[in-house]
Ligand binder design. Structure first.
Ligand code: HEM
Length: 139
């Protein structure tokens, strides 16, 4: 099921999109506090994921947490500003593969499950992230 969703997301990738018109998804994710818990849960899951943990070993993890929270908040229509580097800049030289991307998405899904985020809201967030796939892999 998750694999099917990933394939659908990949098919969507590349479609330019604007931030959402309302903050419904922001509220469904639990606003700032909920998004922070989801991002921290994802990073804790990644810390135990032998497929991708090596990418995260020598970085400023607090900065990454903060920038991810800002970015997800913007993507779901929240009242935030993203102050981090572009996706291309921050992932160039990491040589990330489609499998790396899928692994990160799985860790995000597990974090959302743990927070009790309903599946439709999960899927809406993942659909917002899908267009970034091409900006992070193969760089
Ligand atoms: C849609 C998918 C992704 C999003 C939205 C995303 C988002 C971000 C953001 C916001 C930053 C912080 C930029 C900054 O410091 O200004 C970042 C950095 C980073 N990302 Fe991603 N990322 C994605 C995919 C991935 C994947 C698949 C991996 C590895 C498996 C990864 C590994 C990293 C690492 C290691 C950094 C820190 C780089 C550094 O500080 O030198 N990212 N990402």
């Amino acid at each position: 099921m998750r694999r099917l969703l990933l394939l659908a997301l990949i098919a969507l990738a590349g479609c330019a999109q604007q931030p959402p018109k309302d903050d419904q998804l922001y509220r469904d994710l639990g606003e700032q506090a909920g998004i922070t818990r989801i991002v921290e849960g994802m990073l804790l899951n990644i810390a135990q994921d032998p497929r991708i943990v090596r990418h995260f070993e020598n970085i400023d993890i607090v900065r990454l947490r903060d920038k991810l929270v800002e970015q997800l908040c913007v993507e779901v229509g929240g009242p935030c500003t993203y102050t981090g580097d572009s996706m291309e800049e921050s992932h160039t030289g990491q040589h990330l593969t489609p499998s790396d991307f899928n692994a990160l998405v799985e860790n995000l899904q597990d974090a959302m499950d743990a927070e009790g985020v309903p599946t439709p809201a999960q899927n809406r967030l993942l659909a917002r992230l899908a267009p970034m796939r091409a900006q992070v892999i193969d760089r």
